[in-house]
Design a binder for this molecule. Structure first.
Ligand code: IVH
Length: 672
């Protein structure tokens, strides 16, 4: 029986959470911390687990509900999704205004001017106020059904906040906020995954993912600006009214728009937008000029491609001219050499630019970029600076043609051309630059998580030659560390304690930390669950590797190659000697052999000594399954401190409740 209390509390939580989503994403004025938000969400999740009948389609717990899809379903648009005619010329924008004025001569026309969001077009349908379907533009008539992915976007309400027509189809843009884009690329770089060229590509790539759980982790957002179909009353009749109305429904709308009734006013608005657009969370590449009145829009109609009532004025990408002082060569974690332009610092689109990637030698040759040249720099999208051309008129003849070095700039060993990835590589495993990058990755948060071992510390250790391989950090001499710059007794002790603690990290973290090309954190987890010990993974065949979820051919080869290289074998032996967790002493190994918990379904609740997913992994590795909710089928409930509704339910169903100590005894029983 659901008590009235539980049901009204759940409803209240849903309302409160939706309000905080709105405050956070739309108003950019959060009132509570992330932690407080998570506490509310957890309370709701626990309530719904105890009383599944309280779970509603618009519950914020249901944002990531679905399983990965095989492919996207195709859905027709009720109203076609057209694109806009565009121009870079103000004279052409004037001509557009004049064209429409000629079609509607008897009245003074009102215009709205809005930012043109550089995102991915989206059509989204609410039925009776509930989010029903979301689709991409596709060919304009039929698009991909991306509802599952769109539900993960917290800025998009699952239920509208005010009364709305029975059916409401609205149009807008999905985007990856600029800050999230920078963070996403940084983490992809750390995982040795290809980078996205700009936020739009990252948003498009994220929307195409079939697994909504990964989409949720990307942090997409959205803004709406248009109407598709609407059945029912109360629909506004002008663009300005539409934008206000969408906001009252709880939808994120463009942060600012202008109204104008003459060409001069339109120009003022275009300039005003240009001044503030870099402050928006999304990228903009222009201003959209629209006829305000929907009735007049119908009067002027469309051509086969574009509406006649709107046009996009595109801003010239901001460009700066500066001197290319030098080209340096960076060495990555896997030894790839990348040329980097060292520029005379310039201000570009609101930030100072002093470096730009040049990708590879071919690109430099193709653009004929020489050291000492004056070059033009633009931001690809608005974020990553790129050299787009050379001011050849400024050449003096003293400019130098760049050549990639034959030797590694860090260790001086000969470099190797890797034809597979069109790259030049240093293959010396002892190269100090690679060691720096590898060690930074090894110690990083998502990997071995060693406190105090950041970029500056790594630099000192490698420069002082205290560390040559990853294993060397485990034999560091305290006195030698304490003698380094800015290191006292206390910070030395903290660092060494952090290093010691890392020996206990679960196997998946070690696998990720080793920096095997293409193996990110997710794949590392899957590999650890499947192979249980490092030795079994090292001995696995290509076929066995590829049978692991998320592991494709390229990754399987990379893993096999990694374990075949003699210096990696040496490294692993040294780490084994230091008693890092290779999985042998992990609960997982014995269990996967003995299957002690086979056939048992476990539910984990309350605060425990380790993260829940780690404990769940251990249970699975012992042959058990882990479920999120207590039912008659549950075999055991593992309860930590402050366990709430799940514990109550287990008690009421008479399900055995165990603590962590008992669980570990059960694990050990399997070893005996
Ligand atoms: S109105 C009939 N307004 O730009 C088409 N579009 O290049 C009406 N876009 O297809 C579109 N910001 O995906 C409109 N404020 C805005 C926009 C916008 C971005 C996109 C939209 C459109 C594309 C055209």
């Amino acid at each position: 029986m659901v008590s009235l209390n539980a049901s009204s509390r759940a409803a209240e939580l849903r309302r409160v959470i939706a309000r905080h989503d709105r405050l956070y994403y739309e108003e950019a004025a959060p009132e509570i911390s992330d932690r407080e938000y998570d506490t509310l969400l957890r309370e709701l999740r626990d309530l719904e687990e105890a009383h599944p009948e309280l779970r509603t389609a618009d519950s914020p717990t249901q944002r990531v509900g679905g399983k990965p899809l095989e492919e996207f379903r195709q859905v027709p648009h009720r109203v076609p999704m057209q694109s806009l005619d565009n121009t870079y010329s103000l004279a052409e924008a004037d001509a557009f205004l004049a064209r429409v004025e000629k079609l509607l001569p008897e009245v003074t026309l009102r215009w709205t001017i809005e930012p043109k969001i550089d995102g991915v077009a989206l059509s989204i349908t609410y039925r009776d106020g509930f989010l029903e379907q979301a689709s991409t533009r596709g060919d304009g008539t039929v698009g991909d059904d991306v509802t599952q992915n769109i539900r993960t976007i917290r800025a998009i309400p699952l239920k509208l906040e005010a009364a709305a027509p029975q059916l409401l189809e609205i149009r807008g843009e999905v985007y990856l906020p600029k800050k999230k884009f920078v963070a996403l690329n940084a983490s992809r770089e750390a995982d040795d995954e290809p980078l996205f060229a700009n936020p739009r590509n990252a948003a498009a790539g994220s929307l195409k993912l079939l697994d909504p759980a990964i989409v949720a982790s990307r942090g997409l957002s959205a803004v709406f600006y248009g109407l598709g179909a609407a059945e029912g009353s109360g629909v506004p009749e002008t663009q300005a009214a539409l934008l206000h109305w969408l906001k009252t429904l709880g939808l994120p709308v463009i942060p600012h728009f202008w109204e104008a009734s003459s060409g001069a006013e339109v120009r003022v608005a275009i300039e005003a937008l240009d001044k503030i657009r870099h402050d928006f969370a999304f990228e903009t590449d222009g201003a959209v000029i629209k006829l305000d009145s929907f009735r007049r829009r119908d009067q002027v109609g469309s051509t086969s491609k574009f509406p006649r009532w709107a046009m996009a004025y595109k801003y010239e990408p901001e460009r700066a001219r500066t001197r290319l002082n030098a080209i340096t060569v960076q060495v990555g974690r896997t030894g790839t050499l990348t040329p980097v332009a060292e520029l005379e610092p310039v201000l570009l689109a609101g930030s100072r630019v002093a470096r730009a990637t040049l990708h590879n030698e071919e690109e430099i040759a193709r653009k004929d970029i020489r050291i000492g040249d004056y070059v033009f720099v633009e931001k690809a999208g608005e974020v990553i600076p790129a050299i787009v051309g050379v001011d050849t008129s400024a050449r003096t003849g003293d400019e130098l043609i760049f050549q990639m070095p034959d030797a590694c700039p860090s260790c001086n060993s000969p470099v190797f051309h890797d034809p597979e990835i069109v790259a030049i590589r240093c293959i010396n495993p002892d190269c100090p630059a690679q060691i720096r990058r590898r060690l930074e990755h090894f110690a990083a948060r998502g990997a071995m998580d060693i406190d105090g071992l950041g970029e500056a510390m790594v630099d000192q250790l490698v420069s002082a030659e205290l560390v040559r391989t990853l294993a060397d950090i485990y034999t560091l001499d305290a006195a030698a560390v304490a003698a380094l710059e800015r290191m006292g007794k206390k910070s030395t002790a903290n660092l060494l304690a952090g290093i010691e603690a890392s020996k206990q990290r679960p196997l998946w973290r070690l696998l990720f930390a080793l920096g095997i090309p293409h193996v990110g954190a997710t794949a590392a987890r899957k590999l650890a669950v499947k192979f249980v010990t490092l030795d079994q993974l090292a001995a696995a065949s290509l076929e066995e590797l590829q049978q692991t979820e998320d592991v494709g051919e390229i990754m399987a080869h990379a893993i096999r190659d990694f374990f075949h290289l003699p210096h990696n074998r040496q490294l692993l032996e040294a780490l084994r000697h230091q008693r890092l967790n290779f999985g042998e002493h992990d609960e997982k190994s014995s269990a996967s052999i003995s299957q002690t918990l086979a056939g048992q379904t476990w539910v984990i609740t309350g605060t425990l000594s380790r993260p829940r997913d780690e404990i769940a992994e251990s249970i699975r590795a012992h042959g058990g399954t882990v479920s999120g909710s207590v039912s008659k089928k549950t075999s055991y409930v593992l309860a930590g401190e402050e366990a709430g509704s799940k514990l109550e339910k287990a008690r009421s169903l008479g399900i055995p409740i165990v603590d962590e100590v008992t669980l570990h005894k059960m694990f050990r029983a399997s070893i005996a």
